[in-house]
Design a protein around this ligand. Structure first.
Ligand code: SF4
Length: 389
């Protein structure tokens, strides 16, 4: 079943979705399910492995690029038996050529990692962890409906360190109900003790239909106002830069050279495959997305059908538009020379008026070769991105 393995110029990323969590958080509308039986989880992995094998069969005559990033996301990949992760990674290695230097990440939620799992992940080749802390304070973790507390997080950090995981990211959130600037700063200061190589800082987004959105709507919880939320964002930014982190994408900070190589592919419109429930991919110029329905996902694969809906091959203008608004998420900005190399014309030919007006509004800056977000542009990122759609 090996597909033709050949190294090509653009290596490929692989995202694998593990849609299980021990409990649903109050703000979550991701593709994730709690309280699943062992049978359901086993069936899911069987379907997932079928999807990977089907891909291999359908592409057996193609020259597939080598893989340089693998990302197990969720859900909570660390909540399932380590044997399922090992088997999935072993299958990926059987089907693809995964570079020796590949970045292989797993998302971990505190309270689900054991020393045995960490040891097995490491042995299987996983070399990066992304840990969902969100906040240091137990009262905030409770409001969020997280399963863990501060002590669980500390234990997770110890397990990772004891098992040789030096490269790890931590997720934190700002704009939480009841959260004050002082809580955000306490979270960051506490985190520095563990020496993460990467931090992602997200603003809470209230997703309609989630318990948290309902509580806020019913007046049972108060969110910080927009100014307070922005103050938190800029405090995070200032603190992390002072600690030597680089702000390389709207929500992402890293020690020099420790960007998430996998996520950078999304912002640079590089190819990646997505396997698993609700996973998305961008391959051979086409985007595709798998069904979000757990039952349908298994049924389609069991019936020998694809769980994906494929979009048509992306038209050049669509590709240009995505390249602009995804690329502008990077704080280093986008180079006109790269646009010319990729699309054969300057981005000013295509978007001159849009760019001029965003520069006039103080949202973008142009230095003669690079176009990038200003500080004000970060505060109004969506306005900038939508201008290129
Ligand atoms: S751990 Fe993450 S994916 Fe799971 S329910 Fe909470 S927010 Fe959602």
């Amino acid at each position: 079943m090996n597909v033709n393995k050949k190294n090509q110029i653009d290596p490929l990323g692989i995202y694998v979705h593990i849609p299980f969590c021990l409990k649903k958080c109050a703000y979550c509308d991701f593709s994730s399910f709690s309280c699943q039986s062992e049978d359901n989880i086993r069936d899911y992995f069987e379907a997932l492995h079928k999807e990977i094998r089907n891909f291999a069969r359908e592409n057996q005559n193609s020259d597939l690029p080598m893989v340089d990033t693998v990302y197990f996301g969720g859900g909570t990949p660390s909540s399932v038996d380590a044997g399922q992760i090992e088997a999935t990674l072993a299958l990926l290695k059987e089907v693809f050529v995964i570079q020796d230097t590949a970045e292989i990440t797993i998302e971990i939620n505190p309270g689900t990692l054991t020393a045995d799992k960490a040891r097995r992940y490491k042995k299987a080749g996983i070399n990066r962890a992304s840990v969902g802390l969100q906040a240091w304070q137990d009262f905030l973790l409770k409001i969020l409906g997280r399963i863990h507390n501060q002590a669980d997080f500390i234990r997770t950090m110890e397990i990772l360190k004891n098992n040789g995981f030096e490269n790890f990211s931590v997720d934190v959130m700002v704009g939480l109900p009841g959260q004050k600037l002082v809580d955000v700063m306490e979270t960051l200061e506490a985190l520095m003790v563990f020496s993460p190589t990467h931090l992602s800082s997200y603003s809470l987004i209230l997703e309609p239909g989630t318990p948290m959105a309902n509580w806020v709507e019913a007046g049972q919880l108060d969110l910080p106002d927009e100014d307070e939320e922005r103050e938190m964002h800029w405090a995070v930014d200032g603190f992390l830069k002072q600690q030597g982190f680089e702000h390389y994408e709207i929500s992402s900070y890293c020690r020099p050279g420790c960007e998430s190589r996998h996520n950078v592919k999304y912002w640079e419109l590089e190819p990646y495959l997505g396997f698993g429930l609700g996973a998305h991919g961008f391959f051979q110029g086409r985007r595709y997305g798998n069904t979000n329905e757990l039952r349908q996902y298994g049924e389609r694969l069991n019936a020998g059908k694809s769980p994906a809906v494929f979009e048509p091959v992306m038209a050049p203008d669509e590709m240009m538009s995505e390249w602009m608004f995804l690329g502008l998420r990077k704080l280093s900005g986008i180079r006109d020379a790269d646009f010319i190399t990729r699309f054969g014309e300057s981005f000013f030919v295509r978007y001159g008026e849009v760019i001029k007006s965003l520069i006039a509004d103080g949202l973008l800056a142009w230095d003669g070769s690079v176009l990038k977000l200003t500080d004000r542009g970060q505060d109004f990122g969506n306005r900038v991105f939508m201008a290129f759609v």
